[in-house]
Design a protein. Structure first.
Length: 75
């Protein structure tokens, strides 16, 4: 396994990964809600969508830092 640099907990990469996990969870909840339209599933779906929106807003204010690979490629 190749070594990778540790990622800071406040890094945009961490937020992007959280967004991906939430997006997958939302898809799973949608499938569950389509099979059985239960109020608690809909409530969870709304809660996860709000969390996803909050993460997206946090990302808006951040400027991505170029990685070492991107810097080498641009030279």
């Amino acid at each position: 396994m190749a070594y990778s640099e540790p990622i800071k907990s406040d890094s945009p990469v961490v937020k992007v990964r959280q967004i991906a996990r939430l997006a997958q969870l939302i898809l799973d909840l949608r499938n569950e809600y389509e099979q059985r339209s239960r109020p608690d599933t809909l409530r969870q779906l709304k809660q996860r969508a709000a969390e996803l929106n909050a993460l997206a807003q946090e990302l808006e204010g951040e400027t991505p830092q170029p990685s070492e690979n991107q810097e080498k490629g641009s030279k």
